[in-house]
Design a binder for this molecule. Structure first.
Ligand SMILES: Cc1cc2nc3c(=O)[nH]c(=O)nc-3n(C[C@H](O)[C@H](O)[C@H](O)COP(=O)(O)OP(=O)(O)OC[C@H]3O[C@@H](n4cnc5c(N)ncnc54)[C@H](O)[C@@H]3O)c2cc1C
Length: 507
């Protein structure tokens, strides 16, 4: 075993764990990052839709089951950089109202214990770190920001420019979507045509590996162990976390440290805490409230393919366009609400992966002639929407999407608008089998009776444990989560940098 006495153990090298490590590096703290996955190989299959979707080359081999016992291979990816290695680079700030309690048709979207103002400066830093490109002032719901984006928005390709024009013709205010791609003169982006859900072979995607982890590894105080799967945390008699149990190279190791930052993704962090149950914590660690593993959210995500029978969509990078005119509701139906943004370009193999009976020539034809949209609505937290650690190592996901009827009406409205542009609009719903926007399972809140973490993501029950992946979200908003994970993790990292040595951590 490598000999190491870390001051801080960070579990998971995704955007949450990476951002905390970024803020702590150089503080004098010796940081050990434990990552169950490895570095993704740079290989032709990275950008091959057949390999990525049909053969599911990069997806975990583990299986989850639903409440009926149906087993499936979830869309979980375990690599250095976490899910951002595959993400679509849409880097939105949540809106000010997303942090406040809001009544929805299907229930309440709870208040966060922090406000937009608490995160604003950290959003600035997160955008700089990830090289986000955008144009301030275009998005009608944009929250206040101190300065314009550091990098100009990625221009629309011709088909997308026509879409923006058509939407403006309908009285909408489409805008350039904020995106973390190193595009433009001197940039790495080659507009290769594979980005969202693929791995970038040219380091052009601003992801947690390229932007956080790789630069950190040049730092003498930062060590990364790959292939290091944390199986449980161990609490001492004083309630503090004393060690992590780690499976590495077939051996079980025990890593001790004064401070632990858990960031294994919303589902896996909940599983680690639940599997760490002991006599003093029979419901699992950080779980006196019983909320760990509950309130799983994933967004209502519906894809719409507008078909242009007479035109080919040759767009390489479509994620330049979004619409937020209905973020706070349709004019005549305020409960039906959400964000609309472009999906990555759909290709034939992606259609066949979801609908294996569609013949390849038809799937390819649809891919060539479609313009692909994503409707995203807020998912509401439900205590019965759960991740369960089953005896013997199994995982059950009992997902209860909240506020579905309102999402259906939102999608119907958007589809009707697209029907004014396209003769035919096909629909596909993304389910929990692909938990791409998973969040909420280790929620933060002001009240220890109803939350696991305080507003600084510190466990109410364990003074030296923080959880900084999307599990901390009390609500999901209706925008992509990664920038908010990053901003809050930078906030937590800033706090820890000031506090890691002093008594506050020992309190
Ligand atoms: C196809 C796709 C497209 C997406 N597009 C967007 C987008 O455009 N914009 C956006 O904002 N978001 C997008 N997302 C979501 C976004 O990627 C995630 O919200 C974000 O990456 C979550 O970060 P995280 O730090 O919470 O967790 P993760 O990224 O899941 O990181 C957790 C890390 O912990 C590791 N780990 C897990 N278990 C253990 C263990 N037991 N021991 C040690 N390590 C462990 C994992 O391997 C991983 O590296 C997308 C996701 C997918 C899958």
């Amino acid at each position: 075993m490598e000999s190491i006495r870390p001051d801080v153990v960070i579990i998971g090298s995704g955007v949450g764990g990476g951002a905390v490590a970024h803020r702590l590096a150089g503080s004098g703290a010796r940081i050990l990052i434990l990552e169950r996955g490895d570095f993704l190989p740079n290989e032709p299959q990275n950008a091959d839709a057949e390999a990525v979707f049909v053969q599911a080359r990069y997806k975990t081999r583990e299986e989850y089951q639903d409440e009926t016992g149906r087993r499936y291979r979830p869309g979980q990816y375990y690599y250095v950089g976490g899910h951002t290695k595959f993400y679509g680079t849409a880097m939105f700030r949540f809106r000010e109202g997303d942090f406040r309690e809001t009544a929805h048709e299907g229930g309440i979207s709870p208040a966060w214990p922090i406000s937009y103002a608490d995160l604003a400066g950290h959003y600035d830093e997160a955008e700089r770190l990830f090289g986000v490109r955008g144009e301030a002032g275009q998005d009608p719901t944009e929250p206040p920001r101190a300065a314009p984006y550091a990098h100009a928005a990625i221009p629309h390709e011709p088909v997308l420019a026509r879409m923006a024009e058509a939407l403006r013709g309908q009285g909408l205010r489409p805008f350039h979507m904020p995106s973390a791609v190193d595009f433009g003169p001197g940039g790495n982006c080659r507009r290769c045509g594979t980005c969202d859900a693929f791995i970038c072979r040219h380091d052009a995607k601003g992801d947690a590996e390229t932007r956080l982890i790789r630069p950190l590894l040049r730092h003498p105080d930062v060590t990364l162990w790959t292939g290091a799967q944390v199986t449980r945390l161990i609490a001492g008699a004083d309630g503090r976390i004393s060690a992590a149990e780690v499976l590495r190279n077939g051996q079980t190791l025990r890593v001790e440290a004064p401070l632990f930052v858990l960031s294994a993704g919303a589902i896996n962090s909940a599983l680690i805490l639940l599997r760490s149950a002991d006599d003093a914590h029979p419901q699992g660690l950080a779980n006196r409230s019983g909320v760990v593993g509950r309130y799983l959210m994933n967004h209502h995500l519906t894809g719409l393919m507008g078909l242009m029978p007479l035109g080919v969509n040759d767009t390489k990078f479509p994620k330049t366009l979004a619409v937020n005119d209905f973020y706070h509701g349709l004019p005549d139906d305020p409960a039906a609400r959400g964000n609309v943004q472009m999906l990555g370009k759909i290709q034939g193999p992606m259609i066949r992966a979801a609908y294996p009976r569609v013949p390849a020539p038809l799937a390819n034809l649809l891919g060539r002639h479609s313009v692909d949209w994503l409707c995203m609505s807020e998912d509401l937290p439900d205590p019965e929407s759960r991740v369960r650690a089953l005896p013997g190592g199994g995982v059950e996901i009992a997902y209860r999407p909240g506020d579905r009827p309102a999402h259906e009406r939102f999608v119907a409205h958007i589809r009707a608008r697209l029907r004014r542009i396209f003769p035919m609009v096909l629909r596909h719903d993304f389910g929990i089998e692909a938990p791409s926007h998973q969040c909420g399972t280790v929620r933060m809140g002001a009240d220890p009776a109803t939350s696991a973490l305080d507003g600084m993501c510190r466990a109410h029950d364990h003074a030296n444990l923080y959880v900084v992946d999307a599990g901390f979200f009390p609500s999901s908003a209706a925008l992509n989560p990664a920038l908010t994970v990053c901003a809050q993790a930078l906030r937590v990292g800033t706090h820890l940098r000031a506090a890691w040595r002093d008594d506050r951590l020992a309190a």
